[in-house]
Structures are given as C-alpha cells and as structure tokens.
Design a binder for this molecule. Structure first.
Ligand code: ZN
Length: 294
C-alpha cells in the first residue's frame, strides 16, 4: 500500500455567477510514500484562477505565490485535478485536517455544478486526527495546526518554506513518521467513495433548543443531589440561555438547593450531552441592610 499526502493552497474569491465566495484552489502539492512512510515521489502544480483574477494580500503574503506565476505556469483546475488523480493512483489520500477536502468539494461544486463529489477520492485518512490521537491530545473543540504540531514533536522546518503546498505535505509526513512505528495508520483510514463520507463531513453540529425534540433523552433531565446522591425535585421551569438549559432543584432528603445545567449537541450520529450542577450563588447581604443591623 502507498500513501499520498495532499496539501492545497486556495484564494477566497467572490463569484458573481454563483453569488457566493469560493475557495478557489491555486496549487496542488503532494508527496507519495511507500507503506513504511518513506518518501518515493513528489507532485506540484499551479492553477490559473478563473474566479478571482487577483490573489488576496493575505494569500500572496502567506504563500509567496504571485499573480504572474499563476498566469504563466498555471493550468486549469480540471487539468491539475486529472494530473493529481494520476499521481494518486490507488494510494490512500491523506490531508492535514479536512479543510482541503472541503476546498475540493467547493471547487467541484463550482465547476461541475453538482454535489461536489471528488472523483479521485477512494480511501482517506485525516493526519491531524491521527497525530492528535497518537499524542493523546485529541479535542474536537480545539485543533492543533500543522506548524504547532511539528514544533511539539521537535520536527525542524523553515518558516519560509511553510504554506507552500508541497512543503506543507512534506512537513505532515515528518509528523506522521514520528508515530508510525507505534500507532498503525490503518485504523484511521476510511472508505471515502460513499455518500456517508460526504454526509458525515458536511454535517453541521448544532445545539438542540427545544426540550420536546425526540432527540432529547428525558431521563437526562433528572438531576441527583450533589450532597447525598438522591434524585432532586425540580422547582422551577427550564430556561434556555446560551444553548444551555438551566433549572433550579431542591433535594427532598437533605434540603440542598442547586441549579442543574444541561446542553444537547446534535452531531452526525449522536447527541452529545453536557450536564452539570452549578451551585446557587450565595446572596451577598446588601450594604444598607448590614449597616442597619449593626
Ligand atoms: Zn441531598
């Protein structure tokens, strides 16, 4: 088995015909490895942009790619994608995080005007997830960037070379190489030529804001007293505030009063529940009252 690590550079451009911003891909860069993750080949191609004729300042600064280079050396998106598909062959495709896959979907949607299906994508592995899990640092809420990961692993790289597609792909490879002997990549490779892959990738998580939703497990709305462990009685209505439901409870057994807080996050295949007890704020005696009492 071989692997291809792909990295893309893109320029966000407003399309007047599509009436939306498109992350227009301007460069494909990739490295190919054998099954032991040793480098065997490299790939690089520039694309002449069709939507945004001029690169944004940020992209120019970050990638050091010039408009002239793109005009002179670039090919069309489809030519670049075809050349890349040939380079990829039957290899597993890998990218650092899924934003490159989103960019590909975005470009296919724009040029093909269809569902954004990526024709060469058969088997896929997210390197960011692999490295984060291998380091025991996986957290959906905060993802580790490639540069930061490389630094954490003591992988040397020049800041100047970063943010060009092929060198970023090579840097991703150096990060993978730190773990391949201890954490098999196989477990992270998924089948990607099916609608489930796209459904999962494009699913947008959201917070459920209606307690009557069938997705809400009503049993979760019960709270145990944090003093004695018995079920407490809810004494006020549920209130929704910042995606959290809160309600006041009182324990029948020990009289403890507390506020229960819970949120329900709908994900592709589960509802993630975040539930905790927040102590009732102790009312500060007001200054006037105190003065009177003295
Ligand atoms: Zn109690």
């Amino acid at each position: 088995m071989s692997y291809v690590i792909l990295d893309l550079e893109w320029n966000s451009s407003y399309s007047k015909t599509a009436h939306r911003f498109v992350n227009e891909i301007i460069e494909f860069g990739a490295v190919k490895t054998d099954d032991a993750f040793q480098l065997i080949d490299t790939f690089s191609v520039l694309i002449t942009p069709k939507i945004g004729k001029k690169l944004t300042g940020r992209v120019k600064q970050l990638t050091k790619i010039t408009n002239e280079e793109l005009a002179e050396e670039g090919v069309s998106f489809f030519t670049a994608a075809e050349r890349f598909a040939e380079f990829l062959g039957e290899s597993v495709l890998m990218t650092w995080g899924t934003s490159d896959i989103h960019a590909l979907i975005d470009n296919y949607r724009y040029y093909n005007n269809d569902d954004g299906h990526i024709p060469f994508l058969k088997r896929y592995c997210d390197i960011q997830e692999y490295c984060e899990k291998a380091m025991n640092k996986f957290d959906e809420g905060s993802q580790i960037g490639l540069g930061v990961c490389a630094e954490m692993l003591g992988v040397s790289f020049s800041e100047e070379e970063q943010h060009r597609a092929e060198s970023d792909a090579a840097l991703s490879l150096k990060c993978i190489q730190k773990f391949v002997d201890t954490v098999p990549v196989d477990g992270f490779v998924q089948q990607a030529d099916c609608s489930e892959f796209y459904d999962r990738l494009l699913f947008k998580n959201y917070f459920i804001t209606d307690l009557h939703s069938p997705e809400v497990d009503k049993n979760q709305l019960r709270f145990r007293c944090d003093h004695c462990g018995n079920y407490a009685r809810r004494v006020k209505r549920w209130r929704l505030h910042n995606k959290n439901f809160t309600a006041d409870f009182v324990c029948k057994d020990c009289g403890n009063r507390f506020t229960g807080r819970i949120s329900f996050k709908q994900k592709y295949d589960e509802v993630k529940i975040n539930k905790r007890i927040v102590a009732k704020p102790v009312k500060e005696p007001d200054a006037k009252q105190e003065a009177k009492e003295q």
